[in-house]
Every structure is written in C-alpha cells, then in structure tokens.
Design a protein around this ligand. Sequence first.
Ligand code: DGL
Length: 257
Amino acid sequence: MDKRGPIGFFDSGLGGISVLKGTMELLPGEDYLYFGDSLNAPYGVRTVDEVRQLSLAAAEHLLEKGTKALVIACNTATSAAAAVLRQKYPQLTIIGTEPAIKPAVQACPGGRILVLATAMTLQEQKYLDLWEQFRELANIVPVPCTGLMEFVERGILSGDEVESFLLEILEPFTKVPVDAVVLGCTHYPFLKGTLRKILGKAPAIFDSADGVARQLRRRLEDQGLLRGRETGGTVVFENSSCDESLLRLSQKLLETE
Ligand code: DGL
C-alpha cells in the first residue's frame, strides 16, 4: 500500500463530508478523495442487499484511484456493508461509522438519549449490539428520520421548511426531557443549528466524526501509513450524479462552520 495514496471516503451523498471535516482537522497532512453517491441516495430506504452492492461499487471505484485506506462515512452503509467490504479487502484499513452512543452514555449516564438515524441503521445488527451494550446504563430511544438527509443534499440547512419537518419528527420524543442527542447519520451534523433551535440549549449533541478520525489515525499509524504534516492536504470531490452543483455544494459543506 502506497503511503502517498489518498484516503478514500464514501457516503450515499454529501453527509460524509461531516466526517471528512473531522478527519482533516486531525490529519491535515493527508490527501483525500471523497465519493458521494448522490445518484443512488438515499441509502436508508433501500434494501440491505442494494446498499451492499452500492458500497462495493463505491469502494472499488476508490481503490482504482489508489486509495490507501477506506472510510465508510455513512452509518447506513456501515451497518449493511462493513462486513462484506472487510471480507473482500482483508488487507485494507477500513473504518466504519457508527452512532456515538458510547460517548453519549459516558457523558450522560442514566440519561434519556435520542438516536437520530435512518430506519435501516436502527434495524441493523450494529445498532442492536450497541443498544444491548448500553441499554442498562441509559434510556436509549431510536428516532428514525426518513426524509431528513434530502434537505442536506439540497443544501437546505436551516429555514422554515426543514425546521417544521424536524419539529414533526421530534415532537413525540421531546415531551419528556432529553439529556443527549446522537446524530447517527452523517448528514445530520449539518443540521445542528436547526436542531439546537428545536431542542434548546440543554441536550448535549454527539456525532461520529471525532471517533472515526481517531480510529483512522490509530490504524494508519499501526500500519506505517500515516503521512507527516508537511505534505498533502488536498481534497478531491467526486459524485455519481452528473449534476455539477453537487460538487460546488460539497465544497461549501466542507467550509461550513
Ligand atoms: N449519510 C447516511 C448515514 O450516515 C445516510 C443517509 C441515507 O442515504 O439514507 O446513514
């Protein structure tokens, strides 16, 4: 594996850019190649088998471009396809994304924790295992958010439309106080401002970017694949859709605070 190769990221669309941002902060000396599969988004409403096939195709595409490590920057694809990807590429460093339930439980033991994610993520084994592991330490409440990622894909991060959509989803869950919210889909960190408006200041909000970045650094270090600070730092965006505006939106999301 060539140390100078880029780190490949993929997601069903642009959400994984929230994970890319976290990784770039921790590993500024690497080069990055981000593949957004917006043409086939959303993954969350597809069958598990479809998400597996799409994930295998995305990984193959990134590997053809010399990717030295793969980040599945999507909770849904991780749930459905991490195992098959690891089986197909046993030598490759593959980092998946899972809901940050552990840090949320550690910060709010005994608390009421909402996990916002796609219906598929919340039905798959990865989530069920996490729930099993932590269910006695906190009240973990799954909240499927079908239709929410589409706002980010359209570049709508705030405003009446997304606010009332989110309000409708969250209303049944916010009648009782909430201690923490886990963003179990990589699109949702871009909606943090709108979420805050609805949830108020109190609940802590957790996403997976930091955990993924740290795990990736550890694995690259172990394998002697980590680059120094003096090199790299480039990002290339690719998208399965031929809509050029998605590449501009990708860059904009990367620069979003
Ligand atoms: N960004 C994806 C995730 O983290 C999913 C959105 C979708 O394609 O449904 O789960």
